[in-house]
Design a protein around this ligand. Structure first.
Ligand code: NAP
Length: 222
């Protein structure tokens, strides 16, 4: 499986404000680029923190991109994936609608009852890990369902865990021209952070997009 992390951050590295509500960091040119990246993916993954904060739909906006996928015998939208150890996802979350297949990755900590409700809401349930979702095992399970190109949209906790498990191949980060600040605001990579052997990147491309900069990196050693 090939894993691309794509996110937008402020010039000071924040994904959102301290209130964790969605903030417009990029512009229309970058939204179109993100739509194309989604269209080229088999699945788009977010953490439950992002679902609770933003209630994203994660489908393709551009009808031409949907048509091109259908012409390739693919579903109109890529699958959607939520990493959610205990099954906190609201059953009316937009990501659970029937626009596309949705995988909810749970751990063994999720109750039978939550598993059954999420399954009844139409999602494909995958159980991997004990207290928290084991990302290596969960991504293997997605691979077995035919997900070869995985796009990760955030947030900072999930991005940290994917780097920590050495599962990231590429990082695309859009740096918007605003400062959000806030010691408690989510950053591109949160979790406990790296002390020894931080993941190293190799800068592949720098591009001006809208009023910001798109940085594209390969992860070294992958
Ligand atoms: P997150 O990364 O979306 O989700 C984190 C949650 O995932 C954890 O709290 C944990 O909850 C669950 N999880 C399950 N297994 C995990 C594992 N192995 N490793 C890590 N987490 C695991 O949440 P976040 O960091 O709070 O980010 C949300 C914020 O990011 C929001 O403010 C949103 O607006 C922002 N965001 C911005 C962008 C952007 O491009 N600017 C993109 C996405 C999100 P459980 O233990 O309950 O499972």
């Amino acid at each position: 499986m090939h894993v691309v992390v794509n996110a937008a951050m402020s010039a000071d590295g924040k994904l959102s404000t301290r209130r964790r509500e969605q903030v417009r960091i990029s512009g229309s040119e970058d939204f179109a680029r993100v739509d194309r990246l989604r269209a080229d993916s088999d699945a788009v993954l977010v953490g439950i923190g992002t679902v609770l904060a933003d209630d994203p739909h994660l489908t393709l906006d551009d009808a031409d991109l949907r048509e091109q996928r259908r012409a390739r015998d693919e579903p109109a939208h890529p699958a959607r994936v939520v990493v959610d150890s205990t099954g906190r996802i609201p059953l009316d979350a937009r990501i659970l609608d029937d626009a596309a297949t949705t995988y909810v990755l749970l751990s063994n900590d999720a109750s039978e009852e939550r598993r059954a409700s999420i399954d009844a809401a139409g999602a494909e349930v995958v159980v991997a890990g004990e207290d928290r979702v084991s990302l290596p095992a969960a991504l293997d399970a997605l691979d077995a369902h035919g997900v070869s190109e995985l796009m990760v949209e955030g947030g900072g906790e999930i991005i940290y865990s994917l780097f920590a498990a050495d599962l990231v191949d590429e990082l695309s980060v859009y740096v918007g021209s605003l400062v959000l600040g806030g010691r408690d605001a989510p950053t591109l990579v949160d979790g406990p952070g790296f002390v020894d052997e931080p993941p190293e990147l190799s800068l592949r491309d720098v591009q001006r997009v809208d009023d910001g900069v798109l940085l594209r990196y390969d992860v070294r050693g992958r």
